[in-house]
Design a protein around this ligand. Sequence first.
Ligand SMILES: [Mg+2]
Length: 180
Amino acid sequence: MNRKALFLDRDGIINEEKDYVHKIEDFEFMAGIFEVLRHAQASGYLLIVVTNQAGIARGYYSEEDFHSLNNWMIGRFQEKGIKIDKVYYCPYHPTHGIGKYLKDSEFRKPGPGMIQQAAKEFGIDPAQSLLVGDKESDIEAGKTAGIGKNILLKSSRYDGWGTKADTVIENLQEVIPFLK
Ligand SMILES: [Mg+2]
């Protein structure tokens, strides 16, 4: 348990938040994301994505749709020399899930399940790790999992008022100084 990781929310951090993004044509990389991930990788951080995918639970798109977009995303990072170590996603929703997707899961943020699973699989020390998210549920998940620095990126939807985040930033490049 001594590796360090940069945990990343997907929608609103890797790509622009547009509500239930599941098609390549709607997937728009955020300004600065390649630069931040290149720095993180060079500084020895594993790159782990943790994303709630309630759109699957709600029947808006399938797990296959998610995986094809995900593979495309990983390929775009690879082209830039960036290796995403793993993407964890939670397809469940506690009240709006259909069929098997109706489930109250600790893997759904604010639950810490995805982060804890990654820590176990990769031998990550949460205390040495960072998390970047755009919602309070991201921050809560990181705090519960014991992540050392939980960073909130302000957005048009959430200005961080009342946040428990350790740091609030206005653009992604502000993550770089925290990568040590
Ligand atoms: Mg988000």
